[in-house]
Design a protein around this ligand. Structure first.
Ligand SMILES: [Zn+2]
Length: 418
């Protein structure tokens, strides 16, 4: 009797060990990132040293690229070094990264989503931007699509691009030429992001296999999900009631969404910011976008920092509502994250509990001025969130960004989803 019980518990123990070691063996320091497996959710924060870019491989293999790390028009000395190096433009590095992590045999990206129309998220067009044979210039989204076909583009302004004013500049005009050509020649579908919906970004390959997976559209262009059904409300006053020079800026229009997989929740919201871009004595309520969006979202396990951790974003009420266990800061310049922002992110006064902060790149200037940043969980490399099948737990994997080998520098976790 005792022997058989022992044998049973030994079997149970060995199967438990093999089950956990299968998970653990998937990610070893010094080895390449093991491929995504059906049922897992991967979220890559790609470091090009330039703009921002995340690629998500959803549980059925659907690929979602959020922002495209394009060249910016700035030539400022405070920009970070290009990663892996400057031999290719950032959009090309992003396309190559996405190709490597898409499920085997997949040669088309299901979704490309542009959080807002700034060059470091969609790719600035400058006179020296190279030309495609299709009659538009290449940077960011257009550069990605040049080597990686895209099935659907989602942005905040399609089809008129007229809120709060008609958006016309070399980058937007080029983008519209790109969309026109792609729609006519490749069958590209373009949609405006619709706040409130939880079915606009859906699993495209085995739709009903993961009922606990959902992407909830939280916010865009001043409209926020109310938390009930798919209804939304407007945050901004009618434009006629505000002076044109006081119109909400592009950052405050950024698309925000929540990725939910069982108990796991992830927030991403472009360059959303707090009360105002400048210091004000009497804050204007409608400009305080962040806390409204965070309240619509609710607490999360992992968040991407708004506006790369700049001083005007990731405010106290925003962080207090999200209470993330893991924060990822995608940086591209000195001051990412800013000293005050980092202090809020690490403060036990804002919310209590452990948290780990992963920064894709910390410059020497930031290391000298953002106190405590040396205690961050990571200060260099791509940051990958790998959520296990069903969403109950996840790991954070830091990848070496010096080349394209996808070598693992560090494994954090497992963290239990809340
Ligand atoms: Zn921006």
């Amino acid at each position: 009797m005792r022997a058989s019980m022992l044998r049973l518990s030994a079997i149970t123990l060995s199967s438990w060990i093999s089950a956990t070691s299968v998970a653990a063996a998937t990610a070893r320091v010094g080895e390449p990132l093991p491929p995504w497996r059906e049922g897992e959710l991967d979220i890559h924060h790609i470091n090009t040293g330039r703009g921002e870019s995340q690629v998500l491989i959803l549980p059925d293999g659907t690929g979602l690229l959020i922002d495209m790390s394009g060249k910016t028009s700035e030539q400022a000395p405070f920009l970070l070094p290009s990663r892996p190096d400057a031999s290719r433009p950032p959009g090309e590095w992003v396309a190559r990264h996405v190709r490597r992590v898409l499920p085997a045999g997949r040669d088309k990206l299901d979704y490309a989503l542009i959080s807002h129309f700034h060059g470091d998220h969609m790719g600035s067009i400058t006179p020296d931007s190279p030309w495609s044979a299709n009659g538009y210039q290449l940077s960011g989204i257009t550069e990605v699509a040049e080597s990686l076909p895209v099935a659907k583009v989602i942005d905040r302004g399609w089809p008129r691009y007229d809120y709060p004013v008609q958006l016309s500049n070399p980058t937007m005009d080029n983008y519209c030429r790109f969309l026109d050509w792609q729609i006519r020649n490749t069958g590209l579908v373009v949609e405006a992001f619709q706040p409130g919906r939880n079915d606009q970004i859906a699993l495209m390959h085995t739709r009903n296999a993961y009922p606990k997976f959902e992407i909830r559209n939280l916010y865009a262009s001043g409209r926020v999900w109310t938390g009930e059904g798919v209804s939304t409300r407007s945050l901004f006053p009618a434009l006629d009631d505000i002076a044109q020079n006081d119109h909400p800026g592009e950052n405050k229009q950024s698309i925000a969404l929540r990725v939910r997989y069982g108990a796991f929740d992830y927030y991403t919201g472009g360059d959303l910011s707090a009360v105002d871009e400048e210091t004000v004595i009497e804050p204007v309520a409608w400009k305080n976008v962040e806390p409204v969006v965070a309240n619509a979202c609710g607490p999360v396990d992992v968040m991407k920092a708004n506006h790369r951790g700049s001083w005007d974003a990731n405010s106290i009420p925003f962080l207090a509502a999200l209470r993330p266990r893991v924060i990822v800061v995608p940086s591209r310049a000195d001051g990412h994250p800013a000293v005050s922002t980092y202090k809020r992110m690490t403060s036990q006064e804002v919310w209590t509990g452990e948290r780990d902060i992963f920064i894709t790149n910390v410059s020497d200037a930031t290391a000298r001025t953002t106190y405590g940043v040396d205690k961050a969980a990571s200060v260099q490399g791509h940051v990958v969130i790998r959520v296990e099948r069903g969403g109950a737990q996840y790991r954070v994997l830091v990848l070496d960004d010096a080349d394209e080998a996808m070598r693992i520098k560090a494994v954090h976790g497992p963290y239990m989803s809340n």
